[in-house]
Write a protein that binds this ligand. Sequence first.
Ligand code: SF4
Ligand code: SF4
Length: 74
Amino acid sequence: MPKVVIDEARCKACAFCASVCPKKLIELGGPINQLGYQPAFFSPDREGECTSCALCAEMCPDVLIEVFREEKAS
Ligand code: SF4
Ligand code: SF4
């Protein structure tokens, strides 16, 4: 499971999420979705750089982003 999951089918490519990520892990330009936009996508090969800060999810006006954190073993 990736740390960041974006509902690309409903993304309007506003770029708020990409602009706020301190690590620049979100890009625009995915395959054109049903709304006619090239949506945001998370770079899976750079997943290790994601701090799960959730700024991207907080910025999305349509609440399309979920951020997961790994739980520490107790
Ligand atoms: S959770 Fe934070 S570091 Fe990870 S993609 Fe979103 S804004 Fe970037
Ligand atoms: S903030 Fe939401 S709607 Fe805007 S580009 Fe990111 S995922 Fe798409």
